[in-house]
Design a protein. Structure first.
Length: 106
């Protein structure tokens, strides 16, 4: 196993690399979906190695079970059920649920 880097700017650089990989995955999905899945796997490896959290905007773009890059209508299904957003990956048929919080109306 490769040891973590001890350089002070390594975490910031790895966050930038994760963002670049997700951008590349988005662009490559139309022509090469398997390539965008690979970009997601690389981004997750970088984040795990450096022990950084992937931002929420990126965390909801991939399947946590099979590491596939998800695009609504293409390889994922989105439903709202009892206050939850239910995302189903069409590649592995696993579901992920996100809580929806309603704003308080006065």
């Amino acid at each position: 196993m490769k040891p973590r880097s001890k350089k002070p700017g390594a975490k910031q650089i790895s966050r930038e690399r994760v963002a670049v990989l997700f951008r590349e995955a988005e662009q490559a999905f139309a022509l090469h979906p398997e390539r965008s899945n690979r970009y997601v796997e690389l981004a997750r490896k970088i984040a795990m190695r450096q022990r950084i959290r992937i931002d929420r905007e990126f965390r909801r773009r991939f399947c946590h079970h099979c590491s596939a890059y998800l695009v609504p209508g293409q390889n994922m299904r989105v439903r709202v059920h009892r206050g939850n957003v239910v995302v189903t990956c069409k590649l592995c048929n696993k579901t992920t649920r996100y809580r929806v919080v309603r704003p308080n109306h006065v």
